[in-house]
Design a protein. Structure first.
Length: 286
């Protein structure tokens, strides 16, 4: 691979439970020819409650070191840096996302929370408010299935489709583009629209095997079911109003319930893929 350059893939490293995040983030960083940057937010108030003040700091340094080694085991030539910063993890990572290519975080267990909707969970806050695409990683490894992307005809979902093609090409996997047909829509017309937008997006990656499915039903439920066999699921943050601080119902449903890792695509004007096969990003504002 060529030397990693440009904005980094940023990893929020809170505890040992986030080490699976490092593995997937390292793969994404190498695939997109980006450096990997590990960030651990250190809480001094918690340190003073420990048996010794030094112990939490020592644990944080050990965590960064193990994450660094894990990333290099996954991708030996990857450029990896790490730091320990003091402060609130959500505030820190949201601020750092303004200069990042992608933010990768763990789901904090929200996919196993059946009886609650934790809108203030860190993973949800990052997906709603970050300035770059957000990768939310599950604790269990995904299957080696297709890259799945939900398309609803909006400009933001078309941007997610372009990103999904790039991910599929770099992973050497097939792409599954799904458009959900709602009760008042013509299935034949929706199928034609999906075929048109996929044909345009495929220009950059003509060698990626692609399937287009139109499925009638509830969009969130359909995409969650389709994600069960996917290695990665991509969705726009919000189809009709993709502004920062807003997260659509479909994106929320995937965050809460999809077993696959989820990329919530936003902030693509500045951070669109710029690898060997990429074309300049269009002016699509988040």
């Amino acid at each position: 691979m060529t030397a990693a350059a440009g904005p980094a893939v940023l990893v929020g490293l809170g505890s040992d439970r986030n080490l699976p995040v490092v593995q997937l983030a390292a793969q994404e960083a190498a695939a997109h020819e980006r450096p990997l940057h590990l960030v651990h937010a250190f809480d001094w108030s918690a340190a003073f409650q420990a048996d010794t003040v030094a112990a939490p700091r020592d644990h944080a340094e050990d965590l960064i070191a193990r994450a660094n080694d894990l990333a290099r085991d996954v991708e030996p030539e990857l450029t990896v840096t790490g730091e320990i910063v003091e402060g609130d993890v959500v505030s820190i990572l949201l601020r750092r996302s303004e200069q990042a290519f992608m933010l990768a975080v763990g789901d904090g267990g929200i996919s196993t929370c059946d009886d609650c909707v934790p809108a203030d969970a860190p993973a949800v806050q990052f997906a709603a408010r970050a300035s770059c695409p957000v990768l939310v990683v599950r604790r269990e490894p995904p299957p080696q299935g297709p890259v799945l992307v939900g398309v609803d005809g909006s400009p933001s979902s078309n941007t997610a489709l372009e990103w999904a093609y790039d991910c599929a090409a770099r992973r050497g996997s097939r792409l599954l583009a799904v458009r959900v047909v709602e009760p008042d829509e013509d299935a034949d017309e929706i199928s034609r629209q999906l075929g048109d937008v996929v044909h345009r997006a495929a220009d950059r990656h003509p060698d990626v095997p692609t399937e287009c499915h139109t499925i009638r039903g509830d969009p969130g439920s359909v995409l969650v079911e389709q994600s069960r066999s996917a290695q990665l699921t991509l969705v726009a943050a919000r189809g009709d109003e993709p502004g920062r601080g807003m997260l659509g119902a479909v994106a929320q449903t995937l965050l809460y319930h999809a077993p696959a890792p989820v990329v919530v695509v936003r902030g693509m004007t500045r951070t669109a893929p710029q690898g060997r096969n990429a074309r300049p990003a269009r002016d699509q504002r988040p």
